[in-house]
Design a protein. Structure first.
Length: 173
């Protein structure tokens, strides 16, 4: 069986990233982008697996600890559950070649634009590349999509749900 997967970047797509210089690590700084919860609910209603793929080099850079990411993701899951929806998988890359924390200072194929996170998802659920897509707010997200062989949609708007509905790309699959 093959699956439709909606790959979503986290910072800048699910939540606002203009706080803390784009490094969101505390629940008090996590602010949902308008329409993001509704979008996840909508994608789930269309039988998409919804997967967050996020570079989190703030760990390697020493801005926050990996446990902070897990706390934040647990909070995200809790809020989504309260809204009767869910994320199927959250993947992130804490590594960066220029990091200062030795354990995380390295090149990683998990870091977008590399496709390590795509490969993990493809092992869990065989990805239908013709019906799957990536929504991101960075060039690396679009490169990730291209290297993975899926459509990429560049999001720099204010409301994710309006963006998804206006593009009508979901209905074209």
């Amino acid at each position: 069986m093959i699956y439709k997967i909606a790959f979503l970047d986290r910072d800048g797509v699910i939540n606002k990233s203009n706080i803390q210089n784009g490094y969101i690590c505390k629940i008090k700084h996590f602010k949902f982008i308008p329409g993001s919860i509704k979008t996840i609910k909508y994608l789930k209603s269309l039988n998409y697996k919804v997967v967050i793929v996020s570079n989190q080099s703030g760990v390697a850079r020493g801005y926050f600890k990996i446990r902070d990411i897990y706390k934040l993701h647990n909070y995200l899951k809790k809020i989504l559950k309260k809204n009767n929806t869910q994320i199927d998988k959250i993947l992130f890359c804490p590594f960066h070649i220029d990091g200062k924390i030795t354990k995380y200072k390295k090149f990683s194929k998990l870091r977008k634009p590399e496709i390590g996170m795509f490969k993990i998802v493809n092992k869990i659920w065989k990805v239908d590349k013709n019906k799957s897509f990536m929504i991101g707010d960075q060039k690396t997200d679009m490169q990730f999509a291209e290297k993975s062989g899926i459509k990429g949609f560049f999001f720099k708007k204010k409301n994710l749900y309006k963006f998804v509905k206006s593009k009508k790309f979901i209905n074209n699959f």
